[in-house]
Design a protein around this ligand. Sequence first.
Ligand SMILES: [Cu+2]
Length: 484
Amino acid sequence: MLTRRGLLRVGAATTLSGAFTGVALAPLVMAKPAESGASALAEPEPFRTKLPVLPVLTPVSVSGGVDRYVVPVRSARAGILPGAVTDVLTFNGSFPGPTIKARSGRPVSVTYRNLLQDPLSVHLHGGSVAAADDGAPMDTFEPGKTRTYTYPNRQPHASLWYHDHAHHSESEHVYRGLSGSYLLTDADELALPLPAGSYDVPIALRDAHFDESGQLVYVMDEIFGRPTLLTNGKPAPYFEVAARKYRFRLLNSSNLRHLRLRLADSSPITQIGSDGGLLPRPYDTDTLWLSPGERADVVIDFSRYPVGTQLVLQNTVGPAGDSEEVRPVLRLDVVRKVHDPSSVPAILRTLPAQPEASQERSMELNMSQASDSSWVATINGKVYDPNRIDINVQQDTAEIWTITNPSEFVPHNFHVHLVQFRVIERNGGEPGPEEAGLKDTIRMAPGDTVRIKLHFNSYRGVYVYHCHMLDHSAMGMMAQMKIS
Ligand SMILES: [Cu+2]
């Protein structure tokens, strides 16, 4: 039987030494550091490197009203840690992957060339796309082959991202680098006076486990064994800013790690958007929670600081999301004054209307131990089976789903393909302002019950929903809906 105290003990043991031997805690730490074949690298010193600006992908063609991209998926060597070269998997050679910029109403097609040794399936997370273009877990393309995905972009602006979704290998592939941002904009968003251009900065946050030679170590479900936080692929870099407003598109691209971000001086961060684009209204907060796959679109106004200020953005929670642990993720150095024409309007958008729900369902997320002591992760007691349809949904209807994480200490989250849903209740109360917009992924802390409302009004077909702690979905915490 797993206990909270046991869990915390494992955390300490795996962080500090290889002394832990409790095999029963496999779902939380599948292997001791000794078993992973390498001891961990000493923590790199923070603030030694500049924040990389992620490259924006250039289309190979824009004719016929479609932006076409060709992306080789290949291994590469990246400079992540000082003095080391790390083998990574990449989209187009970049770690993390390049940003794709798209506009509502203008389709994008991306041809991926699989130059790896494993099958791949690329999913546009948060995208409303036909089932054949969704990057479903079993709909893979083989090494040496190409696959073209078409994204119609018939949805409002949103900060989406793309990543491998090939069942059983997505977790390791994403860990080794196969993810990137996909920023979809529209006329409504472009009409707002928000910070833009070089003042609108995508930031991907994740954790990692490096060995002494600076290589990435992948151990399935190693929630406590990935101590190094990477910001746009670098350990706690610094970023020089002008004394004005900046927009940061934060993405938690970790496999397992939940983040709780704060500025070290506890000053306010204005959250303006979440997974599915802008919130109806901005709000000020000193804390941002991001579970794996979630996005937060925020504005920080550096005009309140004198030139010369160095401000640290911190993660303030331990790997499992339940303990204090303060670690830097990015230092923001205010280096010059500048005129700032940008502003954050009091009203940002109107959300699409949803009809009355005609169906209610419940989903329970669980991890349990099988008779052979292996761990299984389930939704409503069932491990993912690609040959089983778990629920049948009627097109052009709305449904309310009640998601429950009954565990006392294991965090999860919940991601639905195809649909940007609304959160209508969290633990019996109103959801917070950070959940007032459109969402495709929600945090499910231990004990949480969240009710969401989904409107199925785009494509028919089979789509998955799953925990986005990717090691959990790889272990089976995934199910399928058929919309017809
Ligand atoms: Cu989970």
